[in-house]
Every structure is written in structure tokens, then in C-alpha cells.
Design a protein around this ligand. Sequence first.
Ligand SMILES: [Zn+2]
Length: 186
Amino acid sequence: MSGPAPRVRATGEEPAARGDAVVPEVDAWQAAADGGAARRVTMPPPFIPPLARIPRALLDELVAWARAGLPNESCGILAAAQVAEDGGIATRFLPMTNTAASPFRYLIDPEEQLRVMLAIDDADEVVWGIFHSHVASPPEPSMTDVGLAAYPDALYLIGSLASEPPVIRAWSIRDGAVAEIVLEPS
Ligand SMILES: [Zn+2]
């Protein structure tokens, strides 16, 4: 048995999720970065449905990989037969190296990424999610995470080790538009 099960936010715990996409404009990012506060702009949710299913065992794998990478952030890719937006359920986690080797950011090695992407493609699978950990901050995308998000059809899962048990939340990030996708463990 592994430690306590990772917690995903229970429905209704914080009534934000559905229509409340948080979309800072580029100017606003800069203003927020300069002023130390974020301006929030509401946009329609970029991702329907706002739910995604993932086996509990995979959530445990994500937490284990996040812990194994301490003191640095960890990262990896989740594969599935279909993207979450089409009802796909994550089937496996491919842990990857954080070549940034930093507690504050992650960088997937481009060659390793290419190899993993090709393997996923060869297996007739898709990139369902891209995971990374936050070692001491909440499981919410940083401005850097939003700026670097290059896969609009993938979920961005962030696992925070700042609390015990760790918390994993998922986000859709499209053209700078961020919306939380509620994870439903199955
Ligand atoms: Zn991050």
C-alpha cells in the first residue's frame, strides 16, 4: 500500500470551476508581474465537458513520481486512447526527466519528449495530460506554466506537495485561457 490517497478537489468545495476561466491578457500578465497582483478576466470555459476521469492508481503514480523528484519539480506525460474532451480516460503515466532540475520550474528533455510522443502515436494513443509537480506552491498554473503550455488538447495536471496528502488539480490551457477541469478518480 502507498501512503494516503492524493486528494482532488471535491465538487462544490470551492464553487469556482465551471464558467470561471481565468484569462489574463498578455498586458495584464505584465502588469501583474510588475505590480505583484493578478488581474482576473472572465471568459467562457474553453473546454467541454469540465470533467476528466483518471484511475486512482494513476494519481498515486503521479504523487510517487513527484515525491521521487524532490527537492525538484517532476514531470511526465499521461496517455489515453482519446483526449479528455472526447471522453478519454487516462491509461498510463510515462515519467520523464525534469532537465531543468529545479524546485521552481520544469523542462521536458526535447529528445525524450519526441521519443515518448512517437511511442504514444505508434500505440494509437494521444497525449491526454502533461503532469508536473509544485514542491511548495498550490497546484495552480504559474504564469510561466500558462505561457509555455503548447498542447491545447491536453490537460495540464499539477500535483502540489505543499500539503499532506498532496493535491492534484487539472487545467485546460488554450491560448492563454485557463480553466480548471475537475478530476474524477475512477
Ligand atoms: Zn508549474
